[in-house]
Design a protein around this ligand. Structure first.
Ligand code: ATP
Ligand code: MG
Length: 313
């Protein structure tokens, strides 16, 4: 069974509900579990009716949680870059670079890169400490962009390392009359910063493609749009060799509908359930009922107990 599980899906389908309940189920069966939320709306705090912040804290027996704040991580990420740069370039250039960093920190890509960095840091540092690490993600598009980052960052860092090696070689030619040795290249501060980032990206890629370690569960409702969006998402993830292990169809209506409106709703739901079975026939499909009330701390256990029947591993 995978130790790192991402819950993905279209907005509002029940990702936070399912990931929180699933984490609670794992904790109840005695596995040390960490629930990580990347949702800026802080829904995990709402569901457990407890403040969860950006350092890991204990919620319930065997269950720890953390909420990553993209904006805050983005600021920290940029500050780190500022500090690294200060060590290697002149003060005049630092000022120019700082302006560019400030401009970059409000661009949308930066928050994603920072979030991704933090997620990878948690995985690398905590994978041996916890039996399960469960991620509640933001709606599909955002998560997919996040997962395609290693590919982009990897290629970008490779180019930067090559460029920097070239200029170190040129400097060495000018000063010493020969190319820089491997040792000289290793000693270069810029190359070593870039290499450290590159190694981290490679480690992230390796983890994401390890289907014994990491998998995705998509949450959908028995409706057209969540199904279509999930088909597209699965195609993209499988292109990146990320494993998708299951589909949860959330908010299934009760069987004994009386009213004409709800009877026809139920018929429509059955039609979509058949489509879901056909479309995702090579995945495990779980169903969860629509509960009378919204998910809160007092009824999250109901769904957690249902997972005990649904999932056997
Ligand atoms: N099975 C269910 N029965 C009753 N209410 C549910 C169920 N699943 C989810 N809900 C309710 O639906 C709403 C949306 O659920 P949730 O927050 O889990 O979705 P989400 O996919 O995480 O949304 P977002 O994309 O905004 O992060 C919440 O109010 C939640 O309490
Ligand atoms: Mg959510």
């Amino acid at each position: 069974m995978n130790r790192i599980i991402f819950f993905g899906g279209k907005g509002g389908v029940g990702k936070t509900t399912c990931s929180a309940s699933y984490a609670l189920y794992q904790a109840k069966r005695g596995l040390k579990t960490l629930l990580v939320s990347t949702d800026p709306a802080h829904s995990t705090s709402d569901i457990f009716e407890r403040k969860i912040n950006d350092t890991i804290s204990n919620l319930l027996p065997n269950l720890d949680a953390i909420e990553i704040d993209g904006e805050k991580e983005s600021k920290k990420y940029m500050d780190d870059i500022r500090v690294s740069l200060k060590q290697i370039v002149s003060p005049i250039i630092v000022e120019q670079i700082n302006k560019q960093i400030d401009a970059a920190s409000i661009s949308p890509g930066t928050e994603e890169a920072a979030l991704f960095d933090k997620m990878i840091e948690i995985i690398i540092e905590k994978v041996d400490e916890y039996d399960r690490i469960i991620f509640d993600t933001a709606p599909t598009g955002h998560t997919l962009r996040l997962l395609s980052l290693p590919e982009l960052l990897g290629a970008w860092l490779e180019t930067l390392i090559q460029k920097r090696s070239k200029s170190v070689n040129l400097m060495s030619m000018a000063l010493k009359g020969h190319k820089a040795s491997d040792k000289d290249l290793e000693k270069d501060e810029v190359i070593s910063i870039l290499k450290r980032r590159y190694d981290k990206v490679l480690a992230a890629k390796k983890i994401m493609m390890d289907d014994h370690l990491l998998s995705f569960i998509f949450v959908i409702n028995a409706e057209k749009l969540p199904i279509d969006e999930t088909v597209k998402a699965i195609n993209i993830l499988e292109k990146y060799n990320v494993m998708v292990s299951g589909i949860i169809v959330n908010r299934i209506l009760p069987d004994n509908m009386q009213d004409e409106f709800w009877i026809s709703k139920k018929i429509e739901e059955q039609k979509y359930l058949n489509i879901i079975k056909e479309t995702f026939k090579n995945k495990k499909i779980y169903t969860l009922p629509l509960l009378k009330e919204d998910m809160k701390a007092n009824n999250i256990g109901i769904i957690a107990d249902m997972f005990a029947d649904l999932v056997k591993s």
